[in-house]
Design a protein around this ligand. Structure first.
Ligand code: C2O
Length: 611
């Protein structure tokens, strides 16, 4: 497609595409599914067979969903998915938070240095500490701080000092700090058997892997992590106003690795990055291999415009459940939010190259991501987007009864004085209380980049009629083979000509993946077969992508028992349906376009209204 053929909605008023403040939601639900156990190391049994290019017509009756789930074990063997097949069954539990360092424990295998151990009598409660009284620490865009030599010198000195601290003795050392991410993100932490039993996992209760990704713990945990990291630098350089720079990849000028991280003689440099990407404009929709035959940009301006549409999509979601993700679940039915699944993961993959033969460079694998100094600036931007989602866009985090469980979830981190501090989600909802702020430009370029319907799509008007019985799930995705599914919309959404911000309509795709493998597929809605090449992230028909940032890497990484992972990913439909003018339609045609990953199984595709 021509480079400048993309047409984001440049004329729409910014306010027209922003989500409004909405009332509380009850995001946390419990489901019952099978649990699968095998080792992350197992590589046997690739997905291979499956419906070729099949049109699957789905009746979304809940009974069918349950049937599809119960039939899973038998069907997976037919698909040749040995690595993903179940060998035992336990009732699924979504742990009732609060999750704290009392219900999870880090296992130090192979010399991996766990955070702590924290002696309860030493742990200080963050809420009991005096509020910050000095000037705010102002986080600035990393591509702009390059001009401030004094600042860059200070930042470099701080990272160098962290790297020079004694790793065995000082939890503030760079290596120990990076290992915190590895511990919480790469299966070193386990939920204790006692906690899973208490949560109703039945008997015998077993330990399960804990991970701060894929759930609503993602945003607050990473906020806590970089908060202490930033304060450690401030302490070492003797400047309590020191603030991390943020990698402003949601602004056109920031869509490239900031220069301060790309100077070989700087401690901010990391040689373990995808060399082809260190000075190129990020493609937020690129999967290595680009096997999706969607239109490709041939110049940077096009790429940047398309990226903005991508960011718009992740930010214009109406509920906390969609933005943050859902509850941490023992049986692996988790739902990551758009803040995590979209641009955040794409940037990791962009810099990390998880398909490299060495199993990924630092940023591309969860076990090593924290070893790249740019990680902390990347996450400062993720943190900023969360801040903007509430502060600038007027959305609300979880509220109501189930929110209390989320709010009480907390972890212990070492602070800049090496004191173990317990900090809870309720302590980190307000950046001001944490003593920092973000420097912003006047405009957020993605705010008016609401995707628009693709040009030149021929719609025959031949809508599918009544969906046939559910027979086709689970289905293994195979690169190069698109899957076509027809789903039925809830009557409540159709009656009003579309869903509302109060009860937004979402397309739920249930997947089973290998958490150690990079996987990506794109999802299109109402694009006739054969016309997919006309549609990209700049178009309304592009619902989004599912991306898995691989576990593994690091010291003894990826050795959890989590042989497979079940996720329910929600794609926002409210604006999509509105823009395509199909608010009263009974059915939607969904196209799944595999981009990467050999072991992705789609268990179900359906439309739901979030309450
Ligand atoms: Cu814990 Cu960007 O990952």
């Amino acid at each position: 497609m021509a480079s400048s053929g993309f047409s984001c909605n440049l004329t729409a008023a910014a306010s027209a595409c922003l989500p409004l403040r909405k009332p509380g939601t009850t995001p946390f639900k419990t489901k019952h599914v099978r649990r699968r156990r095998s080792s992350c190391k197992i590589r046997a049994g690739n997905a291979g067979a499956g419906d070729d290019d099949a049109l699957v017509r789905r009746n979304i009756d809940r009974r069918d969903v349950l049937l599809a789930l119960t039939g899973f074990a038998a069907t997976t063997s037919n698909l040749g998915l040995a690595a993903l097949a179940a060998d035992d069954t336990v009732p699924a539990v979504c742990l009732t938070p609060p999750i704290t360092n009392e219900v999870i424990k880090c296992v130090s295998a192979d010399g991996f240095q766990c955070p702590g151990p924290f002696r309860p009598e030493d742990v200080v409660d963050f809420a009991a500490l005096p509020p910050p009284n000095g000037p705010l620490r102002v986080r600035r865009p990393a591509h702009l701080v390059a001009a401030d030599e004094e600042y860059v010198k200070k930042y470099e000195a701080g990272i160098r000092m962290m790297k020079d601290l004694d790793d065995t003795d000082d939890p503030r050392s760079f290596k120990r700090q990076a290992a915190i991410h590895e511990a919480y993100c790469n299966f070193h932490y386990k939920v204790t058997a006692a906690a899973t039993a208490a949560a109703g996992a039945g008997s015998p209760a077993t330990e399960i892997d804990f991970d701060v990704h894929f759930s609503s713990i993602f945003a607050p945990w990473h906020r806590m992590y970089i908060y202490f990291f930033e304060r450690i630098i401030g302490e070492l350089v003797g400047d309590s106003t020191f603030a991390l720079p943020y990698w402003n990849w949601d602004a056109p000028d920031g869509m490239i690795l900031p220069a301060i991280f790309n100077n070989e003689s700087s401690p901010l440099y990391d040689a373990k990055r995808n060399r082809e990407h260190v000075d190129a404009v990020i493609d937020l929709n690129l999967g290595p291999g680009k096997q999706n035959d969607l239109p490709v940009c041939s110049d940077d301006a096009c790429l940047k415009a398309t990226n903005l549409c991508n960011i718009y999509r992740q930010m214009a979601v109406d509920t906390a459940a969609q933005f943050h993700g859902d509850k941490f679940c023992a049986a692996r039915v988790m739902s990551p939010g758009s803040l995590e699944n979209a641009a955040h993961t794409a940037v990791h993959i962009w810099l990390g190259d998880p398909l490299a033969t060495n199993k990924g460079e630092d940023m591309g694998v969860l076990g090593t991501a924290g070893r790249d100094p740019v990680f902390y600036s990347h996450h400062a931007n993720v943190d900023r987007l969360w801040h903007l989602w509430t502060a600038a866009l007027g959305n609300e985090n979880f509220v109501g009864a189930s929110a209390a469980q989320w709010l009480d979830t907390g972890f212990v981190f070492y602070d800049e004085k090496r004191r173990p501090v317990r900090i809870r989600i309720r302590d980190v909802l307000d950046a001001g209380r944490l003593g920092y702020a973000y420097e912003e430009k006047e405009t957020l370029e993605w705010q008016d980049k609401r995707p628009t319907p693709a040009a030149g799509i021929e719609r025959s008007g031949a809508k599918p009629s009544v969906p046939a019985a559910a027979t086709s799930f689970p289905v293994a995705l195979k690169n190069g083979e698109k899957k076509y599914v027809t789903v039925e919309r809830p009557e409540k959404a159709r009656a009003g000509g579309g869903s509302s911000k109060k009860a937004p309509e979402v397309l739920v795709v249930d997947v089973t993946i290998d958490p150690c493998e990079y996987a990506k597929f794109d999802v299109l809605v109402n694009v006739p077969k054969g016309q997919e090449a006309r549609v990209g992230p700049q178009n309304s028909e592009f619902a989004g992508s599912f991306v898995n940032l691989p576990h593994g890497g690091g010291d003894g990484g990826g050795r959890g028992s989590m042989g497979s992972l079940k996720l329910a990913y929600r794609f926002a439909l409210r604006e999509l349906v509105e823009d395509l003018g199909c608010g009263r339609d009974q059915l939607l045609d969904v196209t799944l376009i595999p981009v990467a990953g050999e072991k992705v199984v789609v268990d179900d595709v359906r439309v739901e209204l979030l309450e």
